[in-house]
Structures are given as C-alpha cells and as structure tokens.
Write a protein that binds this ligand. Structure first.
Ligand SMILES: [Zn+2]
Length: 517
C-alpha cells in the first residue's frame, strides 16, 4: 500500500541520531513509512504530495504544560494582556459592553492591577470579573460580589481566600478557588458553545505549530469533552489528560479515579494526576522555605501536606504519573520527598511544574531522583530584568537570582521539558523557543537552540513514556511541524516571526499556511 501523504523538498530535521537530516517524508495511516532524500518508492498516483519548497520540517511541537480546555473557558471577555498601567486597564474595560449585566476580563498583570472598586466604577456598576494573568487571583467588582452573596471572609479547605479590609469587608480580591464563588453566580457557557470554543482553541494551537500537549487540568467533564471531540473528528491535538486532585477531592472520588488509569482514545490518554503544592509568588501564596518580604508565601496549598503525600502514594502505586505545581522551594522540596516515598511504576517518572526559584541542592536532587523538571520559558518574560516588579520585590534579590534555572537543571542531568502554561502565558511555541534562548533575567540560564527544541519535542515524548513521537523516523507517529526556517538555524530573535506552514497530527493536515512572512 502506498503512502497517503508525502512531504517533499523539505529541510527535514529529524532529531533521529541515525539520520539527522532528510528531504522528504511519506506517511500512511498516521504513521511515518519513509524518510529520505527521495520517498517516491513509497508513493503512487493517489499519494497527496506537498512540496515544501525548501522550508523546514521538524518533529511535531508539544507543549508540556498547557490548559487548552480550561483556557477555552477563562480566556473570555476583555483581553487585558499587555496593559502598561491601571489607567489603561480601566480604559479597556470601560470600552467593553457588559452582557446580561456581566463583564469578564483576563490577562491582567499584577503590576498594573487597578482596585476592584475602581473597576466597578469604570464599568458603570456592572458585575465585573477580572482574572489576573496567572489565574491564581481574580478581582470582582462590588456588584459581582453582591450577586454572589460574598459579604465577608469565607473558609476553604486550602489557601483560597476572600481578601477583606480591616473592617472585614471584601476588597474584591479573590485568591485561588475563591473566584468560583463569583463565577457560580454569573452566566455560564452552555455545552454546545463550550464544545465549539474548545474545537476552535485546538485549531488555533495547531496554527501555532503545536501537535500535542500535556494538559495540566482535567476531570470527568473534560474526559467527556475529549471523547466527543474525538468522535466528531475535531480533536486535532495529541493530548495527555490528568485528573486534578485538590484537598476537596473526596475519598470516594479518589477511589473512582484510581480505576481510570488506562482511559484513552486514539489521540489522547490519561494515567496522570495533577496536584498543587502551592500558589504563586506574586499573590503571596507560594510555599517558600523562608517568608517573602511581606512575611507571606509560607503556607502549603494543602493545609495538611502529609495528606497530599498519602494521596500521591495511592496514585503512584496504582501506576499513575504524578505532576505537581511547585513554584516555591519548600513546595518543590516537600513534593520531591513525597515522590521518593511514593515510588513509581516501571517506566514512570514523576514531574515538578514551574520550579521558579530553587536552591542548589534541589537542582541536583531533582535529576538524582529521576524526577522531571517542567518549565515555561515565556514566564521568564513576565519578570522584570531590572529587579523591580512584584515577583522580584517579594522574593528579594538573593532568591530572585535563582529565577528559572533551566541551564543549571540541564547541566545537572535533569530531563527538562518545556511548555507555555497557556492561558497563563502565550501558547506560541516559537515564543517559548525564543524565550528559552534569549534571557534578560539571569542570562546565564539561557539554553541553546537545540536544547530548547528538545524541550518541545524529544523531552515531552520521554516525559509521556511515549516512544512513538518526538522524532521523525519510519514507524513513528506522523506528528510534524513545518516552519519556514529550521528553528535551530534561525536567530532566536526571529523565531516568533517564523511562519508555520504546516501542522500534521497523526498523518492528518490540521493547519496549512504560507511559508513566507
Ligand atoms: Zn498551569
């Protein structure tokens, strides 16, 4: 049987040490069947042939930390990314039209956040819900608080909080899942809209050259969404689906989720559980070994971290991979210890997410434990290189100098996998590849072009225990990304403008565009 698709005339970078470069690739039934300078022997008259005209073809880019479904829901309303001042944020909100009395916004930077009261005033008293860029904090206008009946402090099983002033009145700042109190009172997207929005997001990600992603949130609802999208042919990315376990997940739910380790479809599979060991530095909710300059960021997300460790052990023993949000050094240290106690099934390596400022000993003990470092280069761009801004100010100069130690972790032998954390940061892998190489913040931690590319290709495959993706070789899955210029040869600063001319997932063309700017 002949190939159904062939890509010829390409500069193919295979990442296969046995044949690093080629000019053509032939695909049949989702699998690569020929790689070489000439693949005509694998083709016949029915083979669809795409001529790359000298453009590059690389293994499909995979985002190792992404929230495609959650992002589809939260990235709605007014886009406040890139606002330079509180006044500009208020200006953008003022220009928007509330719907059914509600206005949603997202992407606001902590450094330029107006007060919730000012937001309410700017929007003529509408119910406004603004998510800050990292999604760990929200600002709710007085009307939104009123509709949600939030009138004072609330108690949560974790570090979520309704922030109140000296008189006990909510300021509108809602930390972590406290935002849900207000969201529950607002209008929700219905299933058909939600589903259409999800399919749209996947296509947008394909257009950026992404063929796969390791999702970092998930529940029984997202599982259902994956099944539906796959059934209708709208699942256009290869995804790993985790169950998100919180302090509120009941023993009964845990029992049920433990039985679902092997859930999978054609393009997606489970087998992962996601935990949060802490919050974020900017909101004072990270878990640091010493308090930040405000005396905050000293509490774990789980009030009883030993319970988190015990739940981790149950999932690890059932064969799951563990992934944990660990921004602070105390969070990383505790979780690493919990992983060592939990053990891992054969072939499974647990992962630590973010690792924003870790000390030397952890840089070495993470690879020694065989644990994966999962980091997001675009997050580095959110930190100001001049030492100002909330992140630097809260950590102080000594700890800020340990920002995102990608180079040190690689040199210490860690498996470093890269992603975006979209919608918290820009999903564009070309920006991620560039940000990993061009660092104003602790420039000594920069990666080479090849190391950065490995973080989006071969590393995610290893992390997923998937020997069928990450390279271009006969017998592997046909997940491919076509860029105008080979990202290893292109100057890093030009990567964001490097056109994505082709995205192929399991042999199917999911995006095609011009190879010129
Ligand atoms: Zn995340």
């Amino acid at each position: 049987m002949a190939a159904d698709l062939a890509i010829v005339g390409a500069r193919v970078r295979t990442l296969d040490p046995k044949r690093p470069f080629a000019r053509a690739v032939a695909i049949r039934g989702g699998t690569i069947v020929a790689v070489g300078d000439d693949v005509r022997a694998a083709c016949d008259a029915r083979t669809e042939v795409l001529d790359a005209r000298g453009a590059a073809l690389i293994p499909g880019l995979v985002d190792s930390h992404i929230h495609p479904f959650w992002g589809a829901e939260v990235a709605r309303g007014v886009d406040l990314r890139g606002c330079a001042s509180p006044a500009e944020a208020l200006e953008r909100l003022r220009a928007a039209e509330p719907q059914r009395g509600w206005l949603f916004a997202w992407g606001l930077d902590y450094d330029v956040a107006p007060t919730a009261a000012a937001i309410g005033e700017a929007c003529g008293g509408a119910a406004v819900f603004v998510r800050l860029a990292d999604l760990h904090t929200a600002l709710a206008s007085p009307r939104a608080l009123q509709l949600a009946h939030v009138t004072g402090k609330e108690t949560f099983a974790d570090t979520s909080a309704v922030v109140v002033d000296a008189a006990g009145v909510p300021t509108g700042e809602l930390r972590e899942s406290a935002g849900d109190l207000v969201l529950r009172a607002g209008p929700k997207l219905r299933w058909p809209q939600l589903r259409a929005r999800h399919a749209e997001v996947l296509r947008e990600l394909n257009a950026l050259g992404l063929t796969g992603g390791h999702m970092m949130d998930g529940d029984l609802g997202t599982l259902e969404m994956l099944r539906e999208l796959e059934g209708s042919g709208e699942l256009t990315m290869r995804l790993r689906h985790p169950f998100w376990i919180t302090p509120e997940t009941s023993d009964e739910q845990i029992e049920h989720l433990l039985t679902l380790k092997d859930v999978r479809g054609r393009l997606w599979r489970g087998g992962v559980v996601k935990f949060f060991a802490d919050g974020v530095i900017d909101a004072g909710t990270a878990w640091l070994e010493a308090p930040d300059t405000h005396g905050e960021s000293i509490t774990p997300f789980w009030p009883d971290p030993e319970r988190m460790a015990a739940v981790m052990t149950r999932f690890a023993e059932a064969g799951f991979q563990l992934a944990t949000h660990t921004i602070g050094d105390a969070a990383a240290r505790f979780t690493l210890g919990a992983y060592l106690r939990a053990g891992a099934a054969p072939g499974v390596r647990h992962r630590l997410e973010h690792l924003e400022a870790i000390p030397d000993d952890l840089v070495h003990s993470i690879p020694r434990a065989g644990v994966i470092a999962s980091m997001q280069p675009v997050h580095v761009n959110a930190i100001r290189p001049d030492g100002t801004g909330v992140w630097n100010e809260r950590l102080g100069p000594e700890r800020a100098a340990r920002a995102f130690r990608m180079r040190d972790l690689l040199d210490a032998g860690a498996l470093l996998t890269l992603g975006s954390d979209w919608p918290v940061a820009d999903a564009d892998p070309r920006r991620g590849l560039a940000a990993a190489q061009l660092r104003d913040v602790v420039p000594s931690q920069a990666l080479t072009a090849s190391e950065a590319l490995a973080g989006y290709t071969t590393a995610p495959a290893l992390v997923a225990g998937d020997e069928w993706t990450g390279r271009i070789r006969e017998g592997l899955r046909a997940d491919l990304t076509g860029l105008a210029v080979d990202p290893v040869d292109a100057p890093a600063a030009e990567l964001p403008d490097n056109p994505v001319w082709l995205t192929v997932v399991a042999g199917r063309v999911v995006h095609q565009g011009p190879a010129t700017r």
